[in-house]
Design a binder for this molecule. Structure first.
Ligand code: HEM
Length: 439
């Protein structure tokens, strides 16, 4: 896509089946589409996978309108509000601590860092959403993982949306139906268990998990748009789909870049070890006091962004963009992977250099369109604070408690860094490292 942009310019049109895909590859056009024409491009294209797996009722792929705005409000006001952040951070801290204990058990043999980071991202969201581990957790998480590959929108049925039968003959529909049935049964069991528990705990004051909150809103029925059980299920699945692979992949890339850049690793370790001053457990205040680690994460999100095309948008009306007419109904993606590596915009763009964020002129809220790993405009990622806190917490623990090296005396400069694109951009091969306890 970057090569095509070099040849055809920062806005080009691909005809993929019946779909008109507009690809944007410049900060100026990203700003035009997400600021000047934000409302027009605030819709999402509709995929078969969303209709089946996400109950046609989730937030990430919701059409722009009242239903979206209601779910979005719930997400920011109820699920990730400042009040809730304290509770979520306590879960993150416990899970960070559990991860350290698990790595200690490896006792010097190589650990699969990729797998562990995916596990910690999953367990943290699971606890935030469901309160604790539950029966069939493994089946649920592996089915969620399977759904990642169906949601990219690049399968035949989504490229020829008018040909309904393609979903059937390509076998996609039956796969989606199977995945949907598994997830639905497990979600229903989780809800029943919550209902039972809440009835028994009559009046007791306990911290609500995400299921409790959504069920309460569903029952209250006093929202502008009713929160149906399908929306409750859709939003829960969104949190897993939007919040696990993205954070896990970013942390995985960060560890790989730190191994390849020992001077950056040393600097980040020194920062957290100085801040901790020998204390055993990393607390919330320690995390807020690690500006260099923050720069490492920002640089990872620039160079190894997990959402290279953001999430696709859909043009509601015909508009002018960059001197071209974009017809209503076009699909639009922004190649942020390329924008965040543009030689014109970034010094030494291909180099991993956290210091470039020292002056802090790049924030995440999508106001500087040269740096938009979380998207921008009204559909900007609502999970930024959750994502940053959980990544800071896990990475601080890894850097504080262990020194890291590649197994078998491998040269860090030769570490394979191939990317593979699914729902998120992940490492092609798992990262194996040896951890030596620091204290
Ligand atoms: C490194 C971590 C993450 C990255 C890079 C990321 C990136 C993104 C991007 C690019 C979008 C689309 C924005 C747009 O269309 O302009 C998005 C949307 C979204 N993200 Fe994230 N995300 C991350 C973590 C999370 C987490 C932890 C959650 C929740 C637990 C989350 C929940 C969502 C939701 C619900 C949306 C849909 C918002 C809407 O359509 O209104 N994300 N994210």
């Amino acid at each position: 896509m970057r090569s095509l942009a070099k040849k055809y310019g920062p806005l080009f049109h691909l005809k993929l089946g019946e779909v008109d895909l507009m690809v944007i590859t410049s900060p100026q056009l990203a700003a035009e589409s997400m600021k000047t024409h934000d409302v027009n491009f605030a819709a999402r294209p509709q995929f078969l996978s969303r209709k089946i797996i996400l109950y046609n009722s989730d937030l990430v792929f919701a059409s722009y309108g009242k239903h979206w705005s209601q779910l979005r409000k719930i997400c920011t006001v109820e699920l990730f509000s400042n009040k809730r952040v304290k509770f979520l951070k306590s879960i993150m801290q416990e899970e960070g601590h559990n991860l350290v204990e698990k790595i200690r058990l490896a006792d010097g043999s190589p650990v699969n860092v990729t797998e562990m980071l995916f596990a910690v991202a999953n367990t943290t969201i699971t606890r935030a959403a469901f309160g604790k581990e539950f029966a069939h957790q493994e089946r649920f998480l592996s089915t969620i993982k399977e759904t990642f590959k169906y949601l990219s929108g690049f399968n035949l049925a989504d490229l020829f949306p008018s040909l309904n039968f393609l979903g059937d003959i390509s076998g996609l529909k039956s796969k989606l139906d199977r995945v949907h049935r598994v997830l639905d049964v497990i979600l229903n069991e989780i809800f029943q268990e919550h209902e039972r528990k809440n009835a028994n705990e009559d009046g007791a004051t306990k911290e609500e998990d995400i299921v409790d909150i959504l069920l309460r809103l569903h029952k209250a029925g006093d929202n502008d748009v009713p929160i149906t059980m399908d929306s409750v299920k859709g939003v829960i699945l969104d949190l897993f789909l939007g919040g696990t692979e993205t954070t896990a992949a970013t942390m995985d890339w960060a560890m790989a870049e730190l191994i390849r850049h020992p001077e950056v690793m040393r600097k980040a370790q020194l920062e957290v070890r100085r801040a901790m001053n020998g204390r055993a457990k990393i607390e919330e205040d320690d995390i807020n006091n690690l500006p260099y680690l923050n720069m490492v994460i920002k640089e990872t999100l620039r160079l190894r962004t997990p959402a290279p095309f953001l999430v696709p948008r859909h043009s509601t009306e015909t508009v002018e963009l960059g001197g071209y007419t974009i017809p209503a109904g076009s699909r639009m993606v922004i190649n942020v992977w390329a924008i965040m590596r543009e030689q014109n915009g970034w010094d030494d763009a291909e180099r991993f250099l956290p210091e470039r964020f020292e002056n802090n002129q790049f924030e995440f809220m999508g106001t500087n369109y040269q740096y938009i790993p979380f998207g921008g405009g009204r559909r900007v990622c609502p999970g930024i604070n959750y994502a940053m806190s959980s990544m800071q917490n896990v990475l601080a623990n890894l850097l504080y408690h262990f020194d890291w090296k590649l197994p078998g005396g491998q040269n860090p400069k030769e570490l394979e860094m191939k990317e593979v694109s699914g729902l998120s951009l992940t490492r092609k091969s798992d990262l194996f490292l040896i951890a030596t306890p620091h204290n």
